[in-house]
Each structure stands twice: as C-alpha cells, then as structure tokens.
Design a protein around this ligand. Structure first.
Ligand code: CAA
Ligand code: FAD
Length: 380
C-alpha cells in the first residue's frame, strides 16, 4: 500500500499543526480546568475549512479525502483532544452522514451551515438503556402523517449544548426491531427539546457533553434521513467512518504525549546525565515510537480503504481498537518519564492521559470493536 502523502496532504497537515500550536495550545490547560468549550477556536476552525473537510464542495465542504481528514485530526488532537472531538463529530458523523445519505433539500438547508462551522452538529444514538446495545432504542418517533412525534432521552451527547442541529436516532416501529429505526434532523429551537446539565468528565473536559430530552417534539417528515427504517443502518455506516476519526484522535494524543516525553527526557538530568541516557527511559521511548508508528499504519490503512470505496468496517475497527490502546499506554508512560512534573497540569501529559481514556469508550468501546472485528474475520 502506498502511503506517500501528496503535496496537498502535507499542506493540510502543516496548516492543522500550525493552527493547533498557535491557536489551541494557548489556554488549553485553562479550558480543561474550567471545562470551557473552545468557542472562538472552533469558529476559526470552521473558517479554515476544518469542520466539513470531506463534504461536497457544492454544499460548502472541502471535498477532501479521508487521509487529509485523519492527518488534520491527528495534529489537532496532539494539542487539544477536546477541540478534536468537536471536529470529529461534526466532520465524520454529522457532515458525512448528511452528505452521503441526506437529500438535496436537507443538504441545502443544513449541510451548508455545518460545513462552514456557522452551525455545529451533534450525533445522538446513545441512551441510558442503549449504549453498546444500540438496537435497544427507547426513544420513539411516532408517525403522524406529515410529521413524527419524538419522545425520549439521549445521553452522553457531544456538542450537546453547542450544536444547532442534531441527528437523532429513534424507534418508529418496535415490532420491526432495528428495521423500524429512523434517523432525523432535529433543530435545537423546536418546542419540547430540553438540554440536560453538562457532564463533569475525567477528560476531554473542554467539549460539552449533555443528555437531551425530547418531549413531544414535532419533527417534519422531510427531516427523516433516507427511506423508512434506514436509521440503524445509517448509524452503523456513519459510525464505521467515525471510528477512523477517533482512531486518528487517539494517534494524535499518543503522538503529543510522546513528543513531550522525548523532549523532556533530553532536558531533565538525573545521576549526572540526561534521563534519556538511562536505558529504562530510552526503551520506553523506543516502545512508544514503535507502537505509534504501528497505530499510524492501521489508521492510514483504514483511511485509504474508505477513500478507495472498499469495506472499511474491519480496518476502521482495528485502527480504533489499536490506536486507543496505544494512546492509553503511551500517555501513561509519558507521565512516568516526566516524574513528579508529569503529575501536574503545567506539563500537559496528565491531561493527555485523562483524554486518552475516552478513545477506548466512545464510538464503540474496545469490546465492541472486538465484536466487529471477530464477526468480520469469522463470517468474512
Ligand atoms: N454497516 C451497515 N450495516 C450494519 C453495520 C455496518 N457497519 N453493522 C451492522 N449493520 C446492520 C446489520 O447488517 C443488521 O442489519 P440486517 O439485519 O438488515 O442485516 C443490523 O445492522 C443489526 O446488526 P447486528 O445484528 O450486528 O446488531 P447487534 O445488536 O449485534 O449490534 C453492534 C451490533 C456492532 C454491537 C452495534 O450495536 C454497535 O456498533 N454498538 C456500539 C454503538 C456505538 O458505537 N455507539 C457510538 C455512539 S456515537 C459516539 O460515541 C460519538 C462520540 O462519542 C464522539
Ligand atoms: P455499556 O454499553 O453499558 O457498556 C459497559 C461495559 O460493558 C463496557 O466496557 C462495554 O464494552 C461492555 N459491554 C457491553 N456490551 C458488551 C458485549 N456484548 N460484549 C462485551 N462487552 C460488552 N454517544 C452518542 O450517541 N453521541 C455522542 O456524541 C457521544 N459522545 C460521548 C462523549 C463522551 C464523553 C462519552 C463518555 C460518551 C459519549 N457517547 C456518545 C456515548 C458512548 O458511545 C457510549 O458511552 C458507549 O457506546 C458505551 O455505552 P455505555 O456507556 O452505555 O456502556
């Protein structure tokens, strides 16, 4: 497989790197501490084209490939994983889902605002009783002719308060099980839509995670995505690509922690020499480097599979499973390399360690990725 980057890829990667260093790094510790959403930074990311990278240019998107997207995700995540989850949900779940499965009217009305960052989107699948077990949807959307009436609760929704438009998965016909599930575009301002309190999280604290409650929300029929009963497939197909974005996020967190550990190990002296000269530290750096490179190959393979219109369920799940483990392992070791300094906020690595954990949980836990992988290799 040829992973040679084009000039355009390099330009996008460098632009994301510059943006992350110049605009996200200042204030990242404070935003994490105060659980402050990076409002201004996300606005600028929209202006720079980072919020709808893969979407069609006719709807304001960048028309870029998945490789470009993962390169940008990696760079943003090296510095600020809270900003990158906002970017990830908007790009690979909301914009991609709408661009691929929405109709012309839906794209003109919603996608054009989402690709430019004028509006932010959220993807609402999880519920108190339907997390990993996503087919057990309790939220209902009852057909009333020209509209549906939506009732229920979603939890853990990224961009929960900041979003303007929400892609909501709900059960229309319980007898049909997952074939009776639909996906809808819901606007924040509609009557009966309530946003719950913000979750106080371990990591990605700059992103806003909320539960959402729908009380008899009237959703026009034209806001259903795809044919009746397409909602679960919509969620699964969209998440298959989303997982590549989260794998890139994990890769970025690992890379960010590794770069800080390497730098610190060349500066900090103990026993009369820089700590990188102690084999125990040097070998940690070697292990980090190898695992990050291996994760990068899996992430790039998944991105290339998606760009080549191949099946990327398996490669995306493998990339997410592996890269998220690498993010966890590398960030824990980066704290260790920093000694006591690793345990305080100023050195960034403790935040990266906290941020890394979520990559093993959302968009399908590691156990769920193993279900996807094992089914794929067993059933072909
Ligand atoms: N593409 C298309 N269709 C798919 C599919 C895919 N990748 N995966 C499953 N399906 C289809 C199946 O073909 C089946 O349809 P048919 O009966 O017509 O063939 C239907 O979906 C049901 O599939 P399963 O029988 O495999 O369903 P299951 O109950 O065994 O569950 C699962 C499968 C993979 C475990 C799924 O429930 C799952 O992915 N769970 C995890 C949920 C998740 O990832 N949530 C993330 C929320 S978003 C988020 O987290 C965002 C964020 O943090 C930032
Ligand atoms: P459960 O499904 O209850 O799982 C608990 C444990 O059991 C896990 O370890 C799991 O792997 C394991 N488990 C469950 N079933 C099996 C099985 N069959 N085999 C083996 N192990 C199993 N969701 C959205 O829809 N949109 C969002 O924007 C979003 N953002 C999120 C942001 C954050 C910060 C968080 C924490 C979550 C977010 N989620 C979002 C929800 C996330 O996708 C779910 O938390 C995740 O899918 C797991 O579901 P759960 O929390 O209900 O755990």
């Amino acid at each position: 497989m040829d992973f040679k980057l084009t000039e355009e890829h390099i330009m996008i990667r460098d632009a994301a790197r510059d943006f992350a260093n110049n605009e996200l790094l200042p204030g990242v510790i404070e935003r994490d501490d105060k659980q402050e959403f990076p409002t201004e930074q996300i606005k600028k990311m929209g202006e720079l084209g980072f919020m709808g990278m893969m979407a069609s240019p006719e709807y304001g998107g960048g028309g870029m490939d998945t490789v470009s997207y993962v390169l940008a995700m990696e760079e943003i995540s090296k510095i600020d994983a809270s900003a990158s989850v906002v970017m990830s949900v908007n790009n690979s779940l909301v914009c991609w889902g709408l661009d691929t499965f929405g109709n012309k009217e839906q794209k003109e009305k919603y996608l054009t605002k989402l690709t430019t960052g004028e509006s932010i989107g959220a993807f609402c699948l999880s519920e108190p009783e339907a997390g990993s077990d996503a087919t057990s949807q309790q939220t209902t959307a009852i057909d009333h002719g020209d509209h549906y009436i939506l009732n229920g609760t979603k939890n853990w929704i990224t961009n929960g308060r900041t979003a303007d438009f929400y892609l909501v998965i709900a059960q229309t016909d319980r007898e049909k099980k997952h074939k009776g599930i639909n996906a809808f575009i819901v606007e924040k301002t509609w009557e009966g839509f309530e946003i719950g309190p913000k979750e106080n999280k371990l990591g990605i604290r700059g992103s806003d995670t909320h539960s959402l409650v729908f009380n008899d929300v009237k959703v026009p029929k034209e806001n259903r995505i795809g044919e009746d009963g397409f909602g679960f497939k919509f969620a699964m197909k969209t998440l298959a690509g989303g997982r590549i974005g989260i794998a890139a996020q994990a890769l970025g967190i690992a890379g960010g922690a590794y770069e800080l550990a390497l730098k610190y190990s060349k500066e900090r002296k103990a026993f009369g020499t820089e700590i990188c000269n102690h084999q125990a530290i040097a070998f940690k750096l070697a292990d980090m480097h190898v695992s990050i490179e291996a994760a990068r190959l899996l992430v790039m393979k998944a991105a290339v599979d998606k760009d080549n219109a191949g099946n990327y369920d398996l490669s995306g799940a493998m990339a997410k499973l592996y890269a998220s483990q690498v993010a966890m392992d590398v960030s824990v070791e980066a704290v260790q390399v920093h000694g006591g300094n690793g345990f305080v906020k100023d050195y960034h690595v403790e935040r990266m360690m906290r941020d890394a954990k979520i990559t093993q949980i959302y968009e399908g836990t590691s156990e769920i990725q193993k279900i996807v992988i094992s089914r794929s290799i067993i059933n072909g």
